[in-house]
Each structure stands twice: as C-alpha cells, then as structure tokens.
Design a protein around this ligand. Sequence first.
Ligand code: ACO
Length: 428
Amino acid sequence: MTGNVEMNFDGKTIGFPTIVGSEGEVGVNITALRNQTGCITLDPGYGNTGSCESAITFIDGEEGILRYRGYDIAELAAKSTFIETSYLLIYGNLPSRAQLVDFSNLLTENQMLHEDMRHLFDGFPPTAHPMAILSAMINAASSYHPNIINKREERFPWHAARLISQVRTIAAYSYRKARGLPTIYPKTTLKYTANFLHMMFSHPGEDIELKPEIVRALDLIFLLHADHEQNCSTSTVRMVASSRANLFASASAGVCALWGPLHGGANQAVLEMLQEIHHEGDDGSKFLAQVKDKTGNRRLMGFGHRVYKNFDPRAVIIKEQCDKVLAQLHKSDPLLDIAKKLEEIALHDDYFVSRKLYPNVDFYSGIIMRAIGIPLDMFTVMFAIGRMPGWIANFKEVMEDPESRIARPRQIYTGPTLRSYKTLDQRG
Ligand code: ACO
C-alpha cells in the first residue's frame, strides 16, 4: 500500500510517497528530497530514520512485541531451538524435517576451523579480550575460503553454515587459549549448544556432564538474541555488506559494533555494576541515587532500550529462565538479590518510570551465564554467537535486493569555512 505526504518548502508544496509495512508502520520515502529541495534530513542516532525495508524481524516497542519472520518470540522460545530459529531467520520459513536435518548436517560438516587457523590464536596475549579475538578470527576465516569473495551468492548456504558453526568453535578456543587450556575439538554427535559447552568445559579424556536444563538455558539465550532488526551491529553488517564486502568481513564488523557497553557489552557491564555494588556493601539504593543525580554520568546498566518503551519481551522470558536455572543448580547468588532489589526500586521510581526505562534482556542473561560458569569477558561473545543468524539473514537480504545501493549517509558540515594554508613560520 502506498500514499503521499505533502511538505511545504519555502512556499513550494512537494509530495513524497509513503510506504506502509505489513504491520502498518508508515515511512515517508524521501529519496527525492535533496534533488527537489536542496535539503537533507538530520537525525543523529537514526531514531526516526528507516534505513531499509526488511522482512526478517518485527518489533513494536510500545507494545513489547518481537517477532521473527512473523512468529512471536515467546512461542519460539517455548517451542523452537536456536538452530531451527536460525534457519527460520535466514531462509524465511521454519524448516521441514528434511531441511532441518540437511541444515544441521551442514553445520556439523563445517564446524572445524582450518587447522592452520589454530596457530593464529597463539599470536594473541592471554589478556586479549575474546571479542577482539572473535572479530579478528572471523575476518581471518575468509582468507581460508577464497570463493567467499567471487562466488558469494552460489556458495552462500555453505558460508552461512560455516559462520554459525565456527563462531562457536572460535569462541571456545579463545576461552581455552586465554587460560592455557588444551583445545577441545567439537564432537559430531552433539547438538549445537551442547557442543559449545563441551568445547568450553571438557578436558582431554574427561567430558563434562551436559545438564539438559543448562543446555536449554544457553540455547534460549542464543535464540532470544538471534535478531533484533536494525540495531547498531546489524546496521553495521548491512552497511559493510552494501559495499559488497564478503559475509565474514561483514559479520566481523558486526562483532566490533556489538562490543560496546551501550550495545552487546551491556551484559558484561551489568555484572560489573552488580559486583561493584556488592563489593561496596550497598544494597543498590546508594547506587540508584547516584544514577538519578547523574553524578559521574552513571547509568543503571541493563535498563532502558532505544525501542522498547514498556517492556522488553525477551527480558520477561529470560527472567523466568534465570529463576529456573538458579533453582535447578541450587545456587543462590548475592548479585541476583541486588539485581532484584534494583529492579523492584527502579520499576516504581519516578526517574525510571517517567523515562520509560525497564529491564532489558541483558539485565538477566548475565546472571544465567555466571551461574553456568561462563566468565564475564565471554558474555558479549555469547551475544555474538546468538546474533550471528540475524546478521546473516540481513546480509542475505542486502545481497538479494536488486535495488541495494552502497550505504552512504550525508552530513551537515559545521567545521571552518575555506581558509588559506599558513607555513610553520607564519603560524609562529
Ligand atoms: N540508567 C539511567 N538513566 C538512563 C538509562 C539508564 N540505563 N537509560 C537512559 N537513561 C536516561 C538518560 O540519561 C536520559 O535522561 P534525560 O532525559 O534526563 O537526559 C533518558 O533516559 C533518555 O536516554 P537516552 O540516552 O536518550 O536513551 P537512548 O534510547 O538513546 O538509549 C540505551 C538507549 C543506550 C539502551 C540506554 O537506555 C542505556 O544506556 N542503557 C544502559 C545500557 C544497556 O543496558 N544497553 C543494552 C541495550 S539492549 C541491547 O543492546 C541488547
């Protein structure tokens, strides 16, 4: 469905076509704006800017709705798995039984890193952040598969499977390398998330016990993070893909964007905040007072979201899972007590209520990962593993869009106007 919006520029009325999405969202197509008026739009942070049309994920932030390819996140969380959901995101529909078997086999066949890649891990210091290793290794992996560059459409299913499968192998290797532990190879008999836990925590000759509830909790974390429409990292992936860079290069850029504490790094920041509060013997109230005073520019990490302004539907699901995991592991966690206290106060405090700040998915996922034994600096890596199918789906959408152009925003220049070069002597 299309319409028209008329705008007045210097007394001249100009019409712009509107485009309406399948859930009724309306966008004004301003591609002719600069030609017709000489003006551009200015929207720092892109809060009002649609960068693309996409059929992958739908979010209604006011209503707390998140759907992958039309399926509600709560239904997928209850009935699906991360791998089935990955297929759904990338290929548009839930797989048939045969398609799921083929997809799983492709993942298994491609789970091993090229053996030479293992030596690259030796070049990193033990203190290297795993996100730095992850982005470097994903990019490096493209050099072991040269046809990713010139046969990218034809070989897409293999490259996509390789990326989903190997990101988890790279993540586990980086964890073990940092601790001086021997590498554990993936097993063909284990499913995706169980295999990851095996590569992380088994020892040569001694496999860890894979508790189904723990495997399920981590699988759920991956599934809940699998896509989130045009967030910072996904937009980065699309931006890089728009230059026709390869899938691995685009995903590697996504990892870098995800690393920041205002995005994927928030789950690590939440735990650091809880540890700090605990260390200072505060029950959370002193910390919240500082946040509200805006002293030291502190934020309640794990609260607030650019899009969700009532609740984050993923936070509701993960909170329930968090309680289950801790109960099943018979673990009580003082940090969880602080988190609950912070949540209770903030949900009734005018500062947070008036700004529509609610817990986001990161507020709880860190507590689950801590209970499972995943170290703090690996939290954002877990997010990257989960987000990989979303990035791949978005890459595919860019690649298959016949109207896709290189992304190239404009700017309003605010620097000096023309001035003449002065020699060093003239500058004094
Ligand atoms: N704690 C305290 N105050 C906050 C918080 C917070 N977590 N988030 C926003 N605010 C305040 C801001 O100070 C601002 O207040 P003001 O109007 O008095 O100036 C107001 O709320 C609006 O804030 P913005 O920064 O404009 O909100 P924006 O939509 O740009 O930011 C963001 C969203 C980055 C997620 C922000 O809420 C935040 O920093 N949260 C903490 C980090 C976090 O949890 N990130 C994870 C996001 S979810 C994800 O990536 C999976």
